[in-house]
Design a protein around this ligand. Structure first.
Ligand SMILES: [Zn+2]
Length: 559
């Protein structure tokens, strides 16, 4: 056990404070800092820190290593990423679905916690190509692999699922079942039979059905979460927002248990999932009851996660123009994508949840990919703004933000809405912009993920990973942020987005996010100076030490 309330002196380092009050902080690193328990008591020179070197102090020689504030990842899925119930079968995205039978068969024996076989990783794009070629329906492939055992394979981005006939039967989904809000049951155009692909919320609903909480599932979810927490610390992450907490499956209880058992090694704000298909009269009061925001606690249940729309590649993202391509989704009548939440319903949720009677209020974390979704969400926030608590203004944000109409770029700043981008995945790099050209116009495809355009208006921008949809490594995100052609930002700007800006989103910028006297000691030590090396090398950065409230949550053998 580390002793607390002990002075620690860190010296001979390169200490980047991310303290914007100092101006160009990336050009003037300090050498040393000191902590007393969980509080930073000094930041400055090796000479200056010497007055803290007393008999009771521990002195740590950084030997030229680099110090940064703890990294925040404000869009991440730790429980889902590692809970063994969520998916035993790992499918290769780049493989023809027909060739997955033996993989599924082989791996399905490992399933624990449920009588269903759960898997993940297939590519919706490949699946849609398979369907387009008129081959057997996807459910027949899974039937061959699993027979009468119900199975659900989740797509790599978690926006659709692939199920077999038994799963459809148990969930009561037939050719007569209508679509639910935000969800599409793909059907054969002639026979009207479900083909085994359930898009967006139709997929979420069947997973909820299969994984209704039991003591065993809750235990496995908890173990998965604890495993993820270790991985977050290894990556230098000290604060996170869980971007989708399925409270009907008791996922929030796994977090509460981690906190009460002293296993919570990050500061965490949970984004409680607003289910599109639940009745508002039931859901809104349930969400209101769960709100908690005690700044002295590591865990807070103070954000609402909801989806405005779907994904570009499946033409479910809500766009302003028409898609150039049309898949066989009959509900997408005018071919402009779909909504999980309409603008009107989002506005209603904002009004009822952003300012609660007890003085608290949820900040919203809204999934928006298409330019129509971005516009509608900004509209809803604008309309509901008079109902915000003037004493405690809302800190809403849009996440993904892949397409933004030029008319809406300035509105992030004007409405004080944070734009949260994910650039750690290769698919967001400029070389992949052309991938969307068969769906949306060339001009729009060129302007996807407009990190710089939004940031240049003076709006607050954050970067996050969306792990495990993309890789967690924040240094990969920082590198990619600086490699985006005309939408690139500098490395120091990317670091601010991962630290002090993200701390604001979590309502903790007065405590962490920069290294300043009086703030809490959440910091990391890394093995190279990311501001003074070629950008392409930033991804190789290794974390040597991660500390939260002055105590280490990860220490490399090299340190
Ligand atoms: Zn996500």
């Amino acid at each position: 056990m580390e002793k607390i309330n002990q002075v620690k002196v860190y010296m001979n380092g390169i200490v980047y404070t991310v303290n914007r009050k100092l101006g160009e902080w990336w050009k003037q690193p300090e050498q040393a800092f000191a902590t007393d328990g969980n509080i930073i008591v000094f930041v400055g020179s090796n000479d200056g820190v010497k007055r803290f070197v007393t008999e009771n102090a521990e002195v740590i020689d950084l030997r030229g290593a680099v110090v940064l504030p703890g990294i925040h990842d404000v869009h991440v899925h730790p429980l889902e990423a590692r809970s063994p119930v969520e998916g035993t079968v790992a499918l290769p995205a780049d493989t023809d679905p027909e060739r997955m039978v033996s993989i599924i068969r082989k791996q399905s024996s490992k399933q624990i916690g449920t009588t269903w076989i759960m898997g993940h990783g297939y590519s919706l794009y490949n699946m849609l190509q398979h369907i387009k070629k008129g081959k057997r329906p996807p459910k027949a492939i899974l039937d061959e692999a699993l027979g009468d055992i119900p199975g659900i394979m989740m797509e790599e981005t978690s926006h659709s699922v692939w199920v077999n006939s038994k799963a459809l039967e148990l969930a009561g989904i037939t050719k007569d079942t209508p679509n639910i809000p935000g969800g599409i049951i793909m059907k054969d155009p002639k026979t009207r039979e479900p083909n085994g692909i359930l898009l967006e919320n139709a997929g979420n609903s069947i997973v909820d059905f299969a994984l209704r909480p039991t003591a065993e599932i809750e235990q496995l979810d908890y173990e998965g979460l604890v495993s993820s927490l270790g991985y977050l610390s290894e990556n230098g992450i000290t604060s996170i927002c869980d971007a989708r907490v399925y409270w009907q499956r008791n996922h929030h209880r796994a977090w509460l248990r981690a906190e009460s058992e002293g296993k919570l090694t990050v500061r965490a704000v949970l984004g409680l999932w607003a289910y599109p298909h639940l009745d508002d009269d039931y859901q809104i009061p349930e969400l209101q009851k769960m709100f908690s925001h005690n700044p002295d606690r590591r865990l807070r249940l103070s954000q609402i996660k909801l989806y405005s729309d779907g994904l570009l590649e499946s033409t479910t993202a809500a766009v302003l123009g028409q898609y150039k391509k049309r898949y066989n989704f009959e509900t997408l009548e005018d071919n402009t994508g779909m909504n999980y939440f309409t603008q009107e319903r989002l506005e209603c949720y904002l009004r009822k949840l952003q300012h609660l009677d007890n003085g608290g209020g949820f900040d919203f974390h809204i999934h928006t990919i298409g330019d129509r979704a971005v516009r509608e969400s900004l509209n809803a926030i604008e309309k509901a703004k008079p109902d915000q608590n003037p004493e405690r203004p809302s800190r809403h944000r849009l996440t993904h933000v892949e397409m933004v109409s030029p008319d809406d770029i300035r509105r992030f700043r004007d409405l004080d809405v944070t734009a949260d981008f994910q650039v750690s995945g290769d698919f967001t790099l400029p070389k992949h912009r052309a991938d969307n050209e068969d769906l949306i116009s060339k001009v729009k495809a060129r302007e996807t993920v407009p990190v710089r355009s939004v940031w240049e208006t003076g709006a607050r921008v954050t970067l996050s990973s969306d792990w495990d949809v993309s890789q967690l490594n924040p240094f990969r995100g920082i590198m990619h942020a600086a490699q985006r052609g005309h939408q690139a930002v500098s490395v120091h700007t990317a670091v601010e987005m991962y630290t002090i800006n993200a701390a604001y989103v979590m309502r903790q910028e007065d405590r962490v996010g920069s290294l300043e006297v009086g703030k809490e000691a959440d910091f990391i030590v890394i093995d190279q100076d990311i501001f003074n090396i070629p950008v392409a090398d930033i991804v190789k950065t290794k974390v040597l030490l991660t500390a939260v409230e002055g105590r280490s949550s990860y220490r490399s053998k090299r340190f």
